[in-house]
Design a protein around this ligand. Structure first.
Ligand code: OGA
Ligand code: MN
Length: 211
């Protein structure tokens, strides 16, 4: 087995072990620097070509109120480019390992680029709710080549009212947690902030005929 393949597998195993112990895992330098650079450049290009759209929350929120709660603009990742396909392949390998070791039955990954302009954040929220928990595992990947503590924009992860982890959005870091268990927020960023957010999901059974 190649060295890089071994490294990938051991990083993946550390993530899964932490997920088992803490239901949350923070992984600096999870990805190849080269892949992260390519994804960052793509997101910058998408922004410059006006290919990003204001993010939504819930169903019937009024547009004018959204940006106070959630200030990012997004672009869904569908595997349109080489870098996106490499990223999705790695995430599919992670999905398979999660299914093998944790029996999660994950079937899909929905994932988007996100850009927060300076002055924006995302208020405390949960990614999944009891009546709508098809999203099982949250992933967040950061694309910012350098980030200082006073740049803001930290991801703050809660256990109830208490912040249990603060993560700087530094290029290459992968955060992973059980979606319905951890409220979290993006602190107001002082610089523009580039990231990827995604959710491993299970299939919806709501459409099945009544038994
Ligand atoms: C989200 C989210 C966190 C981050 O998009 O739901 O919580 O650090 N993102 O970007
Ligand atoms: Mn979230």
């Amino acid at each position: 087995m190649e060295n890089s393949e071994l490294t990938r597998q051991s990083k993946q195993q550390k993530l899964i072990d932490e997920l088992i112990d803490q239901r949350l895992s923070i992984n600096p330098n999870f990805f190849d620097a080269e892949l992260i650079t390519a994804l960052h450049q793509e997101l910058v290009n998408l922004m410059e070509e006006d290919q990003l759209r204001a993010a939504h929350i819930g169903k019937e929120q009024q547009r004018s109120h959204i940006r106070a709660i959630r200030g990012d603009a997004i672009h869904w990742i569908n595997g349109d480019t080489e870098a996106q396909r490499r990223f999705l392949t790695e995430m599919r390998q992670l999905q398979e390992a999660l299914n093998q070791q944790l029996f999660l039955g994950l079937t899909e990954l929905e994932v988007h680029f996100a850009h927060y302009p300076a002055g924006m954040g995302y208020q405390k929220h949960l990614d999944s709710f009891q009546n709508n928990n098809l999203r099982r595992i949250t992933i967040v990947v950061y694309l910012n080549p350098d980030w200082q503590e006073d740049d803001g924009g930290e991801l703050e992860i809660y256990n109830g009212d208490e912040v249990i982890a603060t993560v700087l959005p530094l290029a290459g870091t992968l955060v992973c947690f059980v979606s319905e268990e951890f409220p979290h927020q993006v602190a107001i960023t002082k610089r523009e902030r580039f990231s990827i957010a995604g959710w491993f999901r299970v299939r919806d059974t709501a459409g099945l005929p009544a038994g």
